[in-house]
Design a protein around this ligand. Structure first.
Ligand SMILES: [Zn+2]
Length: 320
């Protein structure tokens, strides 16, 4: 197993039964919109962008079962890559991240409007009008790493401000994403500083640990509260973590994008390690040395699949 892979990954949760949500009410499978009938924002919470990231599906199942409704505006609950999710096999749990390509690297108009096709692109084309119409988006993910949860806010100040109000999870990450393609959270207006629309991506912890579900639920409640559509009684009943939480912002520089078939880390990094001295060797890409560019460098989400074109790791610094 290459360095960077968890030697013993836990599988504490299995896929929930999402068949009750297949029909939905929008004409798209696994997409349901609740309309309060009152003026207010158009809010979207999405799960299963990656088919093997189960916590978001569990969180939406939790909300469906408890009849979560927006107090104003509209709330859409969607599950994106169900085709990949349907292939989940606990004996080979990493295999169902996607079917043809990463659903979270196709979110650019020039890609969506191209003639290129894949299972993920056709699903993204179905969901794109809803994503474009949303004022606020939360996209729920998890990680292969045993790392604390991360709220990924993209590059814009408006999203950093949103993360500060949500104040959960503890670690807020400002980053521009991957060289391999654009994420849904960075689509169009969400990444435009002149638009009030904003999106968040949450990494709820290790893919199959039970706690990732609790993190997904808590983050969604904080998000709905930020959007002003949360029912106070529902919040009171289900919020677990009292505020305020001391939050820390990590500013991430460019990702280290893998160039060769032989990338390796020197250690089995799990994420959020702080490398005190700048110019410390952390790995090799073929013969090229990978060194930290500055003092107190934070390793953000070191990759598991160390293949050319993918992000090996992102490097950041704590801003507070
Ligand atoms: Zn993911």
């Amino acid at each position: 197993m290459p360095a960077g892979s968890p030697p013993n990954f836990k599988i504490e949760i299995l896929p929930p039964d999402i068949s009750p949500y297949r029909k939905g009410n929008t004409g798209l499978e696994y997409v349901t919109t609740f309309d309060s009938g009152l003026p207010g924002p158009n809010v979207m919470v999405n799960a299963l962008t990656h088919g093997n990231e189960l916590c978001g599906a569990h969180a939406l199942d939790f909300f469906f079962r408890r009849d979560l409704r927006p107090t104003r505006g509209k709330l859409t609950l969607s599950m994106a890559n169900v085709a990949a999710f349907d292939r989940f096999d606990p004996a080979d749990p990493f295999a169902s991240r996607y079917v043809d390509e990463d659903f979270n690297r196709v979110w650019e108009l020039k890609v969506l409007e191209s003639t290129r096709d894949s299972l993920e692109l056709s699903r993204a084309r179905e969901l794109a009008p809803l994503v474009l119409a949303a004022d606020f988006l939360l996209d729920i993910h998890s990680m292969h790493l045993d790392s604390p949860p991360l709220l990924m806010c993209g590059m814009q100040d408006k999203s950093v401000a949103m993360g500060r109000v949500m104040a959960y999870p503890r670690t807020l990450v400002r980053d521009r994403g991957h060289d391999g393609g654009k994420r849904m959270r960075d689509f169009q207006d969400f990444d435009d500083p002149s638009s009030p629309k904003a999106a968040m991506l949450v990494e709820c912890g290790q893919h199959w640990e039970r706690n990732s579900v609790a993190v997904a639920i808590e983050t969604t409640l904080r998000f709905l509260d930020f959007c002003g559509v949360a029912d106070p009684a529902f919040m009171e009943a289900h919020l677990k973590v009292s505020r305020p939480l001391q939050q820390k912002l990590i500013d991430v520089s460019d990702p280290i994008t893998i160039k060769t078939n032989n990338f390796r880390f020197l250690e089995n990094y799990q994420g959020l390690e702080v490398i005190r001295k700048g110019n410390t060797l952390i790995g090799y890409d073929g013969k090229e040395e990978i060194r930290t560019p500055f003092d107190n460098c934070v390793l953000v989400m070191p990759g598991r699949n160390l293949a050319p074109g993918l992000s090996a790791v992102r490097l950041g610094r704590y801003m507070d």
